[in-house]
Design a protein around this ligand. Structure first.
Ligand SMILES: Nc1nc2c(ncn2[C@@H]2O[C@@H]3COP(=O)(O)O[C@H]4[C@@H](O)[C@H](n5cnc6c(=O)[nH]c(N)nc65)O[C@@H]4COP(=O)(O)O[C@H]3[C@H]2O)c(=O)[nH]1
Length: 812
């Protein structure tokens, strides 16, 4: 029996096949893309039903499209069975398409099962036709329908699997194309199967009466399944749209997040500052990479650890306190500094700011921004040390000492105890420094500093003020005996010989002690009092310690008064030069005079040099005074020259004038200004001046002598110079000190010394001046030994210029 096809129903079945295929592809994606398990299950069930119903509807409508000349009825349970098969096949397709992987073997096997399943649905559906005799099948076409079904199933599965991950707008078209292909293949299988059916020409409908008209059934099935398919499609499209929208938003947010993360990372990675996020308990939640460079830790090593465990124990409480304040919502105005353990075990100094970001869900912690300031601190410390310490000995300098004394005074005041300041001046240091050179002097000071330190306890301070002056601060003591004990220890230590650069050196120390609150209440005052006591110790024979007393105070005050008065005296012209004649002992002719300074004090009258020259030397005022003396003496000598008294003027030079560096210039200036010939100028220096800085002094004297100026050694015999110096220095005259002359006729020892000095001078072809001649006997003795020139009260006391002029006039 031959049937005919209703073309509209055929087209409808093709349409439904294509839609069902599309649903299959779409559902595979949806199942795969669903993130949650229950969503996957929902899409799987929904997809199975709509795809199964779609395929089944295509098949059933395809069957209805075939019009037989006899009425056809369908056995409902069998028809429903075919529907079940269609759904099982769909379920299997979607399940397999949503698997993680699908190898070729699995694909072929599953595809074959599915193909056979679709065929089974078809042939089960066919068997629902209630006609007799039963339908036979043409084997080749039947086989072809199976092959088409399998190929279509494999292709469908492959496409569903490969397109499932794609979710771009173009995927819709890919899916649509694939769905058309698949739909045609399924329809092809169906109609091949239909073509394989051989219906006997005498077939009749076995049903009593057809339960439903084929057309009505087709429309109902088509509408129902179409609705299911369309609803599923709509749902899928809607879902896709929502998903695309959501995805777009997620993409935008992701981009923004990525950008901001990038910005944050750039900020935290490229800067040397460390950013940390801590929990309220101090547990590290985030650490920026800079922590590696600064503190040696990988960020991961710190995350999860308590930050406070790495803070220096001494700083921990302060850091915790600050952290608690931030936790309480306080804002930090100034950064906190603390030591933090580097991975290598050393301590680094960090400066940190913390901000409470607990309320910010994106941070949810305390943000700490810290910076390693160790180097900065160290250089600050170095600068501070340089500014507050003596470069040679490394001891605190004057400025730091004053600060320490001040602190100690505050503490002593609070706690009601006493403190002591010991002023130390090394004895004979200058001599060693000048004679053996600065390098020996420096080394001596360094060793002396160490020895002083070794006598002190922790908390005491020893400072170097410069030169050979040291100050010891004892911030607390009970009785004077404690201070005496320290002073004695220092005296003992510095009294031991020093072995420096191959020289065995002996020095001592003079110590002056002042104490708070008895002697003064502020650092400068205490230092001055200790200094005054130290002078007293020096005057007391050196190498001893003296407490400050009222009597010392008056001496110190006196010195201060003289110093201040002397400054005024220079400005107000109170200084005078007196002249004492020098007489040729053979001819009794005045050949020269010695210029001797006097201070015409407005209240105290005429003061002799003994009361102010030493102070002028100590304070450095001697440089200005010495310059004035040179100018004045040369000027006066030139005047006498002009009056016909061509005399040589002798001027005393202080050792400090040699230190000034401009002595040569000053002398030349005085000679040029006055017009006095250089040969009429004689410079008197003491033995100690001569041996201080031997090289420089001898060179300077040599230069002066080359101008025609004469050099005399004053007070010869009282110093400790070696006779060998006499040969090394350019000396014209030796002046025998008056202490030897005074005892001529009294002390034979002194007479012997005078005799020896005269013999030495003669043998070295030097001139001789004996000073302090007061008696005829002294004069005779000296004259008898061949002494050239004499000076003393016997001839004249030092005279002011006018009197000296008179004296000269009277002599001629
Ligand atoms: N008892 C006694 N004394 C006599 C006799 N003949 C001279 N004299 C004193 O002996 C001192 C000699 O001076 P000098 O040894 O250079 O010792 C000087 C000198 O070292 C220093 N001096 C004086 N004038 C100057 C000066 O212009 N510059 C410097 N740098 N020092 C000076 O002061 C010292 C003392 O000077 P004057 O008091 O002027 O004391 C002078 C003088 O007045 C005498 O027969 N009997």
């Amino acid at each position: 029996m031959q049937g005919s096809y209703d073309i509209w129903l055929v087209l409808l079945s093709i349409g439904i096949a294509v839609m069902a295929s599309y649903i299959g592809l779409d559902m595979a994606s949806r199942v795969n893309l669903a993130k949650r398990v229950h969503l996957r299950q929902l899409w799987l069930i929904g997809g199975t039903l709509s795809m199964g119903c779609g395929i089944w509807a295509m098949h059933f409508i395809g069957m209805l499209a075939y019009n037989l000349p006899i009425p056809v009825a369908y056995h409902i349970p069998t028809t429903l069975l075919s529907l079940l098969v269609a759904n099982l096949v769909s379920g299997l397709t979607l399940f397999m398409a949503s698997r993680k992987s699908l190898g070729w073997m699995k694909l072929l096997l599953t595809g074959t099962i599915m193909g056979l399943g679709i065929a089974a649905m078809h042939y089960v559906g066919m068997s629902a036709m209630q006609i007799a005799p039963t339908i036979n099948y043409d084997l080749p076409l039947f086989s072809l329908s199976l092959i088409i079904a399998i190929i279509a199933a494999v292709a469908a599965l492959y496409l569903a699997f490969s397109l499932r991950d794609e979710n771009s707008p173009s995927t819709i078209w890919k899916k649509a194309g694939s769905a058309i292909l698949m739909g045609i293949a399924i329809v092809g299988m169906h109609f091949t199967g239909m073509a394989a059916a051989v219906i006997s020409p005498d077939s009749i409908c076995t049903a009593a009466a057809p339960e439903y008209s084929g057309d009505v059934l087709a429309v109902i099935v088509a509408i129902c399944s179409g609705l299911i398919v369309a609803a599923t499609l709509l749902l899928g499209m809607l879902d896709a749209r929502v998903a695309r929208q959501a995805e777009k938003e997620v993409r935008m947010m992701t981009r923004e997040l990525r950008d901001s993360e990038e910005r944050f990372r750039t900020m935290t990675e490229r800067v040397r500052d460390i950013f940390s996020i801590l929990s309220p308990e101090g547990i590290v939640k985030y650490e920026s990479p800079a922590v590696m460079d600064a503190l040696g830790y990988e960020p991961e090593e710190l995350i999860g650890n308590n930050m406070f465990e790495l803070v220096h124990p001494q700083d921990n409480e302060a850091v915790q306190y600050q952290f608690e304040r931030v936790l309480a919502g306080e804002e930090m105005i100034r950064p906190i500094e603390f030591r933090f353990r580097h991975k290598n075990g050393t301590w680094r100094i960090l400066e940190a700011f913390a901000r409470n970001e607990l309320a910010n869900p994106a941070v949810d912690g305390i943000v700490v921004h810290s910076r390693d300031i160790t180097e900065h601190k160290q250089s600050q410390q170095t600068i501070w040390n340089l500014a507050h310490h003596d470069a040679l000995t490394g001891l605190p300098n004057r400025s730091l000492l004053q600060d320490r004394i001040l602190q100690a005074i505050h503490q002593a005041h609070r706690e009601g105890h006493k403190l002591a300041v010991l002023f130390l001046d090394l004895d004979h240091f200058k001599h060693i420094n000048d004679s053996l050179g600065h390098h020996v002097g420096d080394a001596l000071l360094q060793v002396a500093a160490q020895r002083i330190e070794s006598c002190l306890r922790e908390g005491d301070t020893v400072a170097r003020l410069g030169g050979d002056e040291f100050v010891v601060l004892l911030p607390s003591f009970q009785s004077d005996a404690d201070v005496v004990m320290v002073a004695d220890k220092i005296l003992e230590e510095l009294g031991k010989p020093f072995e420096i650069d191959g020289h065995g050196l002996h020095i001592g120390v003079s110590i002056g002690i002042s104490q708070y609150p008895r002697d003064g209440k502020e650092p400068g005052h205490l230092m001055r009092m200790a200094d005054a006591a130290m002078y007293h110790a020096k005057a007391n024979g050196r190498n001893n310690a003296q407490f400050f007393t009222e009597q010392i105070d008056s001496v110190a005050r006196e010195r201060l008064q003289v110093e201040n008065g002397l400054r005024l005296a220079i400005q107000q012209g109170e200084l005078r030069l007196y002249y004492q004649p020098l007489v040729d002992l053979k001819t009794n002719v005045v050949v020269g005079m010695e210029a001797l300074i006097r201070w015409e004090h407005p209240e105290r009258g005429l003061l002799s040099p003994g009361s102010f020259v030493e102070i002028a030397e100590d304070t450095g005022l001697i440089s200005i005074i010495g310059e004035w003396i040179l100018g004045e003496a040369c000027h006066q000598a030139k005047q006498w020259n002009d009056q016909g008294f061509a005399l040589q003027v002798a001027i005393n030079l202080s050792v400090r004038q040699f230190d000034s560096g401009n002595l040569h210039q000053t002398i030349v200036h005085a000679l040029r200004q006055s017009g006095l010939p250089a040969r009429q100028l004689k410079l008197e220096i003491t033995e100690s001046t001569m041996i201080s800085n031997i090289e420089e002094t001898s060179q300077l004297l040599e230069r002066l002598r080359s101008l025609g100026i004469q050099i005399a050694i004053d007070d010869f015999g009282t110093g400790y110079s070696s006779l060998s110096y006499l040969k090394r220095f350019p000396i014209d005259t030796l002046k025998i000190d008056q202490s030897f002359v005074r005892d001529i006729g009294v002390d034979t020892d002194d007479e012997a010394i005078v005799t020896a000095i005269i013999a030495v001078a003669h043998s070295l072809k030097m001139g001789l001046v004996a000073e302090g001649i007061e008696t005829e006997r002294q004069l005779d003795f000296l004259r008898g030994l061949g002494c050239d020139i004499g000076q003393g009260y016997y001839f004249s006391k030092p005279l002011p210029p006018d009197a000296f002029t008179e004296f000269m006039k009277n002599r001629t």
